[in-house]
Design a protein around this ligand. Structure first.
Ligand code: S3P
Length: 174
């Protein structure tokens, strides 16, 4: 492992299934950064899965937990934060990320995303909508906000996790 010091936080944003968590884990394992996986952190704190939070407490309750967690990250440096796919949709979240972070948008073709998420049952927004066309429509609806939030865009189709991490690191070290 090569230990590297980050003066900012790294935020990984992007649609469900673009590989944010895997890339964050790899960056942290290889380079000694500290990871925050937002969905996992929220699930641990609430003692429930994201799907249960959506069904028992509602989506807006979950969205507020995301905002609270982002605000907390402001007290630390050198974190890699794997954001839930909905995080860039709230303006307040974008403001928080920009205060102390470099924001990397991971993006892929809807077909690639479908292949990765089709057998998963932990994403309430896709649970009854598991089709390429639904994914493509939701991605298009979110595209403007994702792009406005991003400092860098990384296309992940046909790339290994290592290649994606290299792209991110080369931007960090510029
Ligand atoms: C969501 C993405 C999910 C999770 C929740 C809502 C979204 O996270 O936060 O199901 O609105 O795109 P991942 O992007 O990590 O799957």
């Amino acid at each position: 492992m090569t230990k590297q010091k980050l003066s900012k936080n790294i935020f990984l944003i992007g649609f469900m299934g673009t590989g944010k968590s895997t890339v964050a884990r790899n960056l942290c394992e290889q380079h000694g950064f500290k990871i925050i996986e937002m969905d996992e952190t929220i699930e641990e704190r609430e003692g429930m899965s994201v799907s249960e939070i959506f069904s028992k407490k509602g989506e807006s309750y979950f969205r507020q937990l995301e905002t609270n967690l982002l605000i907390e990250t402001q007290t630390q440096q050198g974190l890699v934060i794997s954001c839930g796919g909905g995080v860039p949709l709230r303006e307040q979240n974008v403001i928080e990320m920009k205060k102390n972070g470099m924001v990397f948008l991971l993006t892929a073709k809807p077909e690639t995303i479908y292949d990765r998420v089709k057998d998963c049952h932990n994403r309430p927004l896709l649970e009854n909508n598991m089709t390429v066309s639904f994914i493509a429509k939701l991605m298009e609806k979110r595209r403007e906000k994702y792009e406005a939030c991003a400092d860098y865009v990384i296309y992940v189709d046909h790339k290994s996790v290592e290649e994606i991490c290299e792209e991110i690191l080369s931007q960090i070290n510029e």
